[in-house]
Structure formats: structure tokens, C-alpha cells
Write a protein that binds this ligand. Sequence first.
Ligand SMILES: Nc1ncnc2c1ncn2[C@@H]1O[C@H](COP(=O)(O)OP(=O)(O)OP(=O)(O)O)[C@@H](O)[C@H]1O
Ligand SMILES: O=P(O)(O)OC[C@H]1O[C@H](OP(=O)(O)OP(=O)(O)O)[C@H](O)[C@@H]1O
Ligand SMILES: [Mg+2]
Length: 282
Amino acid sequence: MLRIAVPNKGSLSGPAAEMLHEAGYQQRRESKELRIVDPENEVEFFYLRPRDIAIYVSSGRLDIGITGRDLLIDSGADAEEILPLGFARSTFRFAAKPGTADGLQDLKGRTVATSYEGIVQKHLADSGVDASVVHLDGAVETAIELGVAEVIADVVETGTSLRNAGLEVFGEPIMKSEAIVVRRTGADAEEPKVQQFLRRLQGVLVARTYVMMDYDCRVEQLERAVALTPGLESPTVSPLHNEGWVAVRAMVPAKEAQRIMDDLYAIGARAILTTAIHACRL
Ligand SMILES: Nc1ncnc2c1ncn2[C@@H]1O[C@H](COP(=O)(O)OP(=O)(O)OP(=O)(O)O)[C@@H](O)[C@H]1O
Ligand SMILES: O=P(O)(O)OC[C@H]1O[C@H](OP(=O)(O)OP(=O)(O)O)[C@H](O)[C@@H]1O
Ligand SMILES: [Mg+2]
């Protein structure tokens, strides 16, 4: 049975459960459940604190886990990223009161408050900057107002929390993060159960980012039309009863679907339809 760690709380937990559900796995019914077995899929899910997941996986007790890239790096655990999942996207940045810091050099001799001490210490060491780091569990934006630090380093998504605290980011982003699947470093990459799990999640990612497009076009326009909808490998072209016309079917990126429909229409394609993809294996 495959043993998988899933975030039990925070920004990662809802979207992770939703993705697993879309991939056909049973998920817990209520948030107090710490562990469930999905016998049909031969998987056991452990609901753990997102911050602890890389540590459990690196210990070898759990086969894989879903966590944030920033949490993996921060933990220093002996685990590696095997699949990015495209949700809980954020950047990790330094911020301070406007006009008080401009770049890394301004951190020298100052105190940085953060919940991600591992990332910050490593970044400071790599950059050769001597600053103190104070660990706080959360709501670090308030640390400057209350005099615990002059600078913070935190997760930034929309920037609303920083604005509300009257702070501004400075310097280059320390890292970009998103939800990821992790496994123990060097674990067997070919393990069939792990491969099947990854294929299911990849299927969800593809179903979320692509739509199926169908249209009819004149044979003379086929090459131009196919250039607009090359598909993932190659589009399907079928003859129509009306001579001189063909039907084309190809997957296209959902974000570009409307523009592609306009372009196809402009070159004479008609009956252009898009439909959602519910699941796939590429
Ligand atoms: N506002 C946000 N937008 C996107 N991702 C976020 C946001 N806040 C945290 N994350 C991501 O969520 C993960 C942290 O999860 P964690 O549950 O520890 O914190 P949280 O979501 O802030 O929850 P809480 O602080 O309430 O426990 C990290 O990968 C982080 O990048
Ligand atoms: O840029 P934004 O869209 O405002 O998102 C970033 C904020 O979201 C998270 O905080 P959360 O609400 O989880 O509280 P926390 O600081 O206690 O973790 C993170 O720690 C930032 O504070
Ligand atoms: Mg938080």
C-alpha cells in the first residue's frame, strides 16, 4: 500500500484534497481525521502539518508527500521534488518599512523576523551577509511595528498583508514556491505505484490546463488551421461527408482557447467547439 502525506491545514490543504479527489482518490470526510485508507486504490493518506511532511518522507516511513517547495527547502530534509502541482503559488521575499532598506547589503547587522529560518539563514550565508534571524510562528508582518525586527522575510502572494502592515518588498525574490510532490532523495524512481500516482496527478493538471477543440475547415485551409492547433502530438483529421471539408480535433491550452477560436474563424473554420477534459493519461 502506497503511504502518502497530505497537508492537514493551511493554504495547501484544501487544494491538495481537491486535486486528489479529482484524481479518483478517496479523501477524509472531516478535518479531524488524521489518516484514512483508500482500499480500492491501495493508498493510505496521512494528514500532517505541511511543515512536517518533508521530514516524514525523508525518514522513509511515508513514500511520498504533498508540501510547498519553500517548506521543503526550509526543512533541510533529505527529500526531493518530483512533480510541481501549480497551486499555492507564492514568492518568498524580504520586506521592510519604505525607505529603510534597498537591497541585501542593508541587512548587515540587522534583525530579520521569519517563520522560514532555514531559507533565510541559507540565503544570508550564501550571500555573505551577517544578520540575525528571529523565528516567529506567523503573522510576521507585525514584528516590525512591535520592534522585534527591522526586516521580515515572508511568503508573498497578492501583497495585501504587506500593504496592510505598511511594508514594502525589497531586493530580488529569495525563491518562488508552489505545491509539489516530494519523495525521499534517491528513492526508486520506477516504483510502479508511485508512477501510477504521479500519472493520475499529471492527468488532473492536463485536464485543468487544456480543453478539447473541434472544428470543420476546408482542405485548402487545413495546414494553416493545424498550425494554430498543433495538439500535443498531432491533431486528428477526419473526412466530412461534404467534399472538400475536414473535421479537426486537437487539445489546446485553455487560456488560449478564445484567441485560437477567433483565429480559426478568421481563416474560414466553422462549427468551432471547445469541451472540457475531465481526466486523461498522456
Ligand atoms: N497567501 C498564500 N498564498 C499562496 N500560498 C501560500 C500563502 N500562504 C502560505 N502559502 C503557502 O502555503 C505553504 C505554507 O503552508 P502552512 O500551512 O504552513 O501555512 P499557511 O498556509 O500560511 O497556514 P497557517 O499559517 O494558517 O498555518 C507554503 O508553501 C506557502 O508558500
Ligand atoms: O501576499 P498575501 O496575499 O497577503 O499572502 C501572504 C500572506 O499569507 C500568509 O499568511 P497567513 O494568512 O497564512 O498567516 P500567517 O502569517 O500566520 O501564516 C503568509 O504568511 C503571508 O502573511
Ligand atoms: Mg501562514
